[in-house]
Design a protein around this ligand. Structure first.
Ligand code: C2E
Ligand code: MG
Ligand code: MG
Length: 672
């Protein structure tokens, strides 16, 4: 598992984000409609907010208008008294005053509909009364009906407004009829200054009303604009998240594909190439130094890649893989030159969190052969080339060619062949002795798996174990290995080598599946082997797993008497301090140290330092890859407990191993 992996958002994640945003904002109905552009700008709940804001603006304004109208009514009563326009008119004005006051109270007691109803019909009633009692259709107050209609259009519901409108029209017709048929006498119309007062008041009310309503509208528009900007900003953020990798901020695969579609694809599109950049052994960096460190390394690498990318489009595929899409470098030579620049830049020493590390990368390139090639196709070819490069050696570049496709197919066919191998029992377990460097005695052996296909040469575990791990078949194969190792060990013990112990390599997948404990205990039971005769070899990176209760599994098996060793120690970014937390008894120094021991004083010092530190932690030490007497002597001198290697014996089939055991006199070891 690549724990530093932070995949960029893809399309499905974008939709998930949109749906989540809608869910957060309201009910399910909103969620279903949330992907329409309108809703992105102003969601339903935003709209409800605007309507509520409008209602509260209206209530406040109507209350202010009632106050103003009531003030005008008082002035009008004074006007009536001064110009002696009669008591009835003043009484009517007083009634209107009281009713409007009541409407204002309704607003205060949270009954805005009733308040609006009273307000509108009172104004209408007053205007009607004055016109009927005054000069009919020629009365200036008749203009008040226009004001009533403006108010009702703004305040009332559409149905209420329609009723009001009909009332105004019917009233106007009724006044006309009254004039026509002389029901009321309107012939006495004559000017006096109170008419001017009425007109001024009427126009003032209209002007102020329209002004404040327009002001309210402006306020609402400003608020709407603010909401719009907020919605737009979150829309931009969603776009950014969906198209960029969150850790490095680089465009993601989705964005790269979009760019390819927009600018490159098609028959007349420019020539293009894709270069995949995969960091070598990044998992080890992550496992040994933690993901926080791993994340900062990825960020630094992304900056370095941006430095050398030039006009190429840089994107992150995910985990430790980046991509470059170019329309400039489109010949094999140009792509190789770009790959070379990337390799040089990436491999410069990196400093982060107090550590200095050196990373390399493997690169795979693919060039667009013709217009029909899709981004996915080109990327896949570059990917295949990158994995091919990785399999050759770290820090390698490979350009895709058709033969690579065949190799991919070969790996797929190996998976199929492995299935047959399990069914046809084509596996054998070889044994390689482990020698006690002090006494020269054989302490036990490591069980190493061999595959003998029916129609071909034997296949090395290095080749097929990764395929078995990828396909999960390692569970079945590993269970067989444990069973067979226990059987062989018991067999050898029964031949008189009673102290003989066997070591079995365990894949991380076997631990993660959670069935290892029962498989091991069942195998011991069925063979009648004591747990002390079994050792399990695991990889160091497994001890850095947080999940799967690895520590618990090891402790429980160790409590039964089974011992554990860490294989290939020193291969990655090793962490001796971490070993102390686990029930691990032995450290197997990786054979690369043994091979390099005499290359330089530094390598020799390194082996010595590892041995000293491991001893300080109370661990036993096994050295792998011992091919010469000189190496065996030196390791013994350093205090290494056991050795394993071709100097004593290659891994042997069971029967040959038994012969070797019987013939072994410890001479070689003693001579060391
Ligand atoms: P390993 O566990 O580190 O095993 C040691 C490897 O080094 C073996 O390769 C062994 O043949 C080889 N070797 C031993 N002495 C010398 C030496 O003096 N010189 C050189 N050059 N090589 C030496 P082998 O058998 O090809 O196994 C390769 C790896 O495959 C093993 O490395 C182990 O990680 C894995 N493997 C083997 N059997 C199993 C198995 O049953 N289960 C699992 N999960 N992995 C296995
Ligand atoms: Mg091993
Ligand atoms: Mg090893």
């Amino acid at each position: 598992m690549m724990r530093g992996r932070r995949p960029g958002l893809d399309v499905s994640m974008l939709f998930e984000l949109l749906a989540r945003r809608a869910r957060d904002q309201g009910d399910g109905e909103t969620a279903e409609r949330s992907s329409t552009p309108d809703d992105l700008l102003l969601s339903t709940s935003d709209k409800i907010d605007v309507i509520q804001a409008l209602a509260s603006y209206n209530a406040r304004r109507v209350k202010q208008m009632i106050l103003a109208i009531n003030a005008l009514i008082i002035l009008s009563i004074i006007n009536n008294v001064i110009f002696d326009r009669g008591l009835w008119l003043s009484l009517a004005a007083g009634t209107v005053f009281c009713v409007l006051f009541l409407a204002r109270r309704y607003y205060d007691t949270d009954r805005p509909s009733a308040a609006q109803f009273i307000f509108l019909w009172t104004i209408f009633g007053a205007v009607t009364y004055i016109t009927w009692a005054g000069d009919g259709l020629r009365d200036q107050i008749i203009v008040g009906n226009a004001v009533v209609l403006v108010f009702s259009a703004i305040l009332a519901t559409p149905r209420h407004f329609l009723v009001m409108y009909m009332a105004v029209i019917l009233n106007t017709i009724a006044l006309g009829l009254a004039n026509e048929f002389g029901w009321v006498d309107y012939t006495h119309f004559a000017f006096d200054w109170s008419n001017v007062g009425d007109a001024v008041m009427l126009y003032s009310v209209t002007a102020v009303t329209v002004f404040i309503l327009a002001y309210d509208m402006r306020q609402l528009l400003a608020r709407y604009n603010k909401e719009y900007r907020k919605a737009k900003a979150s829309e931009d953020e969603i776009f950014r998240l969906a198209n960029h990798d969150t850790l490095t901020g680089l465009p993601n695969l989705f964005m790269a594909e979009k760019k390819y579609r927009d600018e490159i694809s098609g028959r007349h599109g420019p020539k293009a190439s894709v270069l995949m950049v995969g960091l070598d052994n990044f998992k080890t960096v992550n496992d040994s130094l933690g993901h926080v460190f791993g994340d900062s390394v990825l960020k630094m690498i992304s900056t370095r890649l941006a430095d050398v990318a030039g006009k190429a489009f840089l994107f992150r595929v995910g985990g430790d893989v980046f991509g470059l899409m170019c329309t400039e470098a489109t010949t094999p030579e140009a792509v190789a030159a770009l790959a070379d620049r990337v390799q040089k830049r990436v491999s410069a020493p990196l400093e982060a969190g107090g550590h200095v590390i050196m990373l390399t990368c493997s690169l795979g390139g693919a060039i667009r052969a013709n217009g029909s090639v899709t981004f996915e196709h080109l990327r896949r070819e570059a990917d295949i080339a990158m994995y091919r490069a990785k399999s050759v050696a770290p820090n390698t570049f490979k350009l895709f060619d058709e033969t690579m496709n065949n190799q991919v197919l070969a790996s797929a066919s190996m998976a199929a062949q492995l299935r047959t191998a399990i069914e046809k029992k084509q596996f054998k377990l070889f044994l390689q002795p482990k020698i006690d460097l002090e006494s020269g005695k054989i302490r036990g052996a490591e069980a190493l798996l061999r595959w003998f296909p029916e129609d071909g040469p034997p296949i090395r575990p290095d080749v097929f174990i990764p395929v078995a791990e990828d396909t999960g078949m390692i569970i079945e194969i590993g269970a067989w290995v444990i069973q067979e190792a226990c059987r062989q060990c018991k067999e050898i013990q029964s031949l008189g080598h009673t102290d003989f112990a066997i070591a079995v390599n365990i894949s991380a997948i076997q631990f993660k599946r959670g069935t290892l404990e029962s498989i091991v205990m069942d195998a011991l039971d069925s063979c009648g082997l004591s747990p002390e005769s079994l050792e399990l070899e695991l990889t160091e990176s497994l001890l850095l797993e947080d999940e799967y209760d690895i520590k618990g599994q090891i402790s429980r098996l160790a409590a039964q008497g089974i011992s554990f060793s860490v294989d290939d120690f020193g291969k990655g970014y090793s962490n001796l301090g971490n070993l102390g937390k686990f029930d691990v008894a032995t450290l197997k120094i990786d054979q690369s140290f043994t091979f390099a021991m005499f290359d330089s004083a530094q390598d020799l010092a390194l082996v010595e330092a590892i041995v000293r530190m491991a001893k300080a932690l109370g661990l036993k030490i096994v050295a792998e890859g011992v091919e010469t007497q000189r190496a065996a002597s030196m390791l013994s001198l350093f205090g290494v407990d056991s050795g394993q290697g071709y100097y004593w014996s290659k891994p042997l089939p069971e029967s040959d191993f038994v012969q070797y055991l019987d013939a072994y006199d410890g001479g070689k070891a003693k001579s060391a």
